[in-house]
Design a protein around this ligand. Structure first.
Ligand code: GDP
Length: 227
């Protein structure tokens, strides 16, 4: 097997940036999140979609996103800061996974509201990364989530990247089919201003990592106010 191609300069810069991710704060309610001018990228997905693994892979840290899995914190929004230590330039928001059957109904409903409010109202939200198990494709819950953010995606205010995770488990042919199906489903929220991407991702095979880092880095550069 040949060695993977060396990352481009843009990818190297982007990876250095994602590697700088560090825990900032955690909140169970929207009004507990610090107001910020920094562009924020939210990671969302069904539980078990591979969200924590993807964040940890991007950050090159083994346990960064596993804070969100400790009992008592599973329904929290966890924020990570990126960029220079003394001058962070962006935030990642790790939102709780949804669709976990064992969560009691009242807690589920309360949480859905926090999630809906976050996606609707968080002013600094500039991008959403939706993680979807490539073998399952977009489920009803994922489509519901997309419907929440569709208005802000259509105006271009919030960018969207759908990552088809665990791509190492798919043959080339299955991967192509998964890409096609997701692209087709996203056609519903496309518009002239929308910035929507779909990509295969594997933390295990480390495929798609450079491209995702480059995309997210690019989002936050565009979102920065000009001096
Ligand atoms: P989360 O609930 O969305 O945070 O999901 P996790 O990151 O905990 O991953 C759920 C399961 O999928 C775990 O058993 C992971 O080891 C596995 N997983 C995550 N990413 C990959 C991947 O790229 N390839 C494979 N084969 N398994 C993965």
């Amino acid at each position: 097997m040949s060695a993977p191609p060396a990352p481009t300069r843009a990818a190297r810069d982007a990876l250095a940036w994602t590697h700088s991710a560090r825990f900032l704060t955690t909140a169970s309610r929207l009004d507990q999140l610090p107001p910020t001018e920094l562009p924020e990228i939210a990671f969302v997905g069904r539980s078990n979609a591979g969200k924590s693994t993807a964040i940890n892979t991007l950050a090159q840290q083994r346990r960064l996103a596993f804070a969100s899995k400790t009992p008592g914190r599973t329904q929290h929004i966890n924020l990570f800061a990126l960029g220079p230590k003394d001058a962070p330039d962006a935030l990642f928001a790790d939102l709780p996974g949804y669709g976990y059957a064992a969560v009691e109904r009242a807690a589920k409903l309360r949480w859905q509201q926090v999630m809906a409010d976050y996606l609707d109202l968080r002013r600094s939200l500039s991008g959403v990364v939706l993680l979807v198990d490539a073998r399952l494709g977009l489920t009803d819950l994922d489509r519901r989530l997309l419907a929440f953010i569709a208005p802000r995606v259509r105006t271009g205010q919030v960018k969207l990247l759908v990552l088809l995770t665990k791509a190492d488990k798919l043959s080339r042919r299955e991967a192509d089919a998964a890409l096609r199906a997701a692209t087709e489903a996203l056609g519903e929220i496309a518009s002239e201003h929308a910035d929507i991407g779909v990509a295969l991702f594997s933390a295990l095979a480390r495929s798609g990592v450079d491209d995702v880092a480059t995309t997210l880095h690019g989002w936050t550069r565009v979102a920065q106010p000009q001096p």
